[in-house]
Every structure is written in structure tokens, then in C-alpha cells.
Design a protein around this ligand. Structure first.
Ligand SMILES: O=C(O)c1ccccc1NCC(=O)[C@H](O)[C@H](O)COP(=O)(O)O
Length: 276
């Protein structure tokens, strides 16, 4: 079984436990009652009219305690405080991992961050069921993650439609040419190229430039994983990233506010004018 398949098996078990406490009808009504979602597409530089797009590189800053590839990364006793530091540095979106077994995250972390900051939040989990999307919205999420490798085409389309029907957007993540094409065909507007292969955990930064060219210009392109410092940020920006998603490098930095600001400034300076 691949790492991704193992993670998803655990996610499904945990999901059934939560569903036993809060049933389907209750989670649907909690999502409907939540305050409206923030516009994550715009926050990431997306715009319907090409003239409205700028050439800033946005930073999605992640709250990440541990990972299958690296083990323990940071204790993060107060995710809300880390999120405030990210927001002070200009994070466009904050990503909060809610997967418990392999990443040490939780919906409690998500709630704490939601209460602390007003920037759009990505509920970062392995979304395989509508329940998780209603749950994300009920907890105040603005963006959810849909990993193409984890979903059939029909599931991808249905989950994307549900996400949008609740006022949110999805970061649709791809790792191969075929997955990018599936994301585009499903109608994704925010497409992430994860340079980490979730089946082998290998990081290959050249994946980004290979895949980014296939993504249509109306979509926001996010470079995910593998940012170790400014050089990687500049490289992703030069190769067409509109945004970067960074976990490890930020949670390990002594000054996350300064790190987010520096990534944003260096990436924006390096980013070529937007293709129209
Ligand atoms: O990070 C992992 O080891 C990992 C393993 C299996 C599935 C997903 C995984 N990470 C999720 C992510 O997409 C990253 O947390 C995110 O892109 C940030 O990556 P990084 O900046 O390299 O911490």
C-alpha cells in the first residue's frame, strides 16, 4: 500500500468516528449556518478579468507539526499564535493540517486558528467524502484540498461542485501531467503542483516547471512543498507560480513573520508578468 493509500485508510476510520458523534444531517446544517466563506481565489491573486491580475507571489503558510516524510517538525503548542505571526508577515492564506495520525493536526487546531485570524483558511486534509467538506465549512474553512491522485474523476467533479455550492474554493492538487489535465477538465480554478510524490515521498522540484506550462492562464498556480529558502521561492516564482505553499521551512523558522514577508517579497520581485 502506498503512503497516500495508508493515510487515506486512517482518515476514513477517523471520519467514521466523528460521524458517529455528529451525523450527516447535523454537519450539513452546521455548514449551512456558518458565516460566509472568504474569497480564497482572489486572496491568491485570481481574477476573472486578466487586467485585474497582478504579479505578486502569494504565500500559503502551513501549520504543520510532523509529516510522514520528515517526522517531528515543530511542537506548535499554540497554533493560533503561529497563525497570527503568519498573518503579520502577509500570508495570503493559512493552511491548517487537520489529519491527526501522520501530521498531528486536528479540527481543534483549525478552530483555534479560525478564532485568531481573519485571512482565508485552507483545511488541509485528505478529502474523500462530502462529509469532510461540510465539516470544513462548519468550522469556518474557505478552501479545501482535493488531491487528484486520491479521487476518481466523478468524485473530483462532485466534491468540487459541493465545495463551491458552499461558497468555498478548492486547491486541486496534481503531481503528474495526467493529474493536471484531470484537474483542468474538472474545472479547477486553483491548481497545486505538489513537487512531493505522495506515493514515494520523494521531492523533485523540477516537477513544477514541467507541469505548470499545462495549466491554463485563468487558473491560479500553486507550487506546493519543497521550499527550503529564498532560492526555491525565486525559482518557483520565475517558473510561473502565483503562490507557494510552505510548511516545514516556516514552522522551523525562529521568526515566521519575517520569513513569510521575505518569501513574499523575493517571490514577487522574481515573478514574470502574468500570461493572459
Ligand atoms: O509532508 C509530507 O511528508 C507528506 C506526506 C504524504 C502526504 C502529504 C504530505 N504533505 C502534505 C503537503 O502537501 C505539505 O505539507 C505542504 O505542501 C508543505 O510542504 P513542505 O513545505 O515541504 O513542508
Amino acid at each position: 500500500m502506498s503512503v497516500l493509500a495508508e493515510i487515506i485508510a486512517g482518515v476514513r476510520e477517523d471520519l467514521e468516528q466523528r460521524r458517529a458523534v455528529v451525523g450527516d444531517a447535523d454537519i450539513v446544517s452546521a455548514a449551512a449556518d456558518a458565516p460566509p466563506a472568504r474569497d480564497a481565489f482572489r486572496a491568491l491573486g485570481g481574477a476573472t478579468a486578466p487586467a485585474d491580475r497582478d504579479s505578486r507571489l502569494r504565500v500559503i503558510s502551513e501549520v504543520k507539526r510532523k509529516s510522514p516524510s520528515k517526522g517531528a517538525l515543530a511542537d506548535i503548542p499554540e497554533p493560533a499564535e503561529l497563525a497570527r505571526q503568519y498573518a503579520a508577515g502577509g500570508a495570503a492564506v493559512i493552511s491548517v493540517l487537520t489529519e491527526r495520525r501522520r501530521f498531528g493536526g486536528s479540527l481543534e487546531d483549525f478552530d483555534a486558528v479560525r478564532a485568531a485570524v481573519d485571512v482565508p483558511l485552507l483545511r488541509k486534509d485528505f478529502t474523500v467524502e462530502p462529509y469532510q467538506i461540510h465539516e470544513a465549512r462548519a468550522h469556518g474553512a474557505d478552501l479545501v484540498l482535493l488531491i487528484v491522485a486520491a479521487l476518481e474523476d466523478t468524485e473530483l467533479v462532485q466534491l468540487l461542485e459541493l465545495t463551491r455550492s458552499l461558497g468555498m474554493e478548492a486547491l486541486v492538487e496534481a503531481h503528474t501531467e495526467e493529474e493536471v489535465d484531470r484537474a483542468v477538465a474538472a474545472g479547477a480554478r486553483i491548481i497545486g503542483v505538489n513537487v512531493r510524490n505522495l506515493k514515494t515521498l520523494e521531492v523533485d522540484r523540477s516537477t513544477f516547471s514541467r507541469l505548470a506550462d499545462r495549466i491554463p492562464s485563468h487558473a491560479v498556480i500553486v507550487a506546493e512543498s519543497g521550499v527550503r529558502g529564498i532560492d526555491d521561492v525565486v525559482s518557483f516564482a520565475e517558473r510561473g507560480a502565483d503562490a507557494i505553499l510552505v510548511g516545514e521551512a516556516l514552522v522551523k523558522d525562529q521568526d515566521p513573520t519575517a520569513a513569510v514577508a521575505a518569501f513574499s517579497e523575493a517571490g514577487s520581485a522574481a515573478k514574470p508578468p502574468r500570461r493572459n
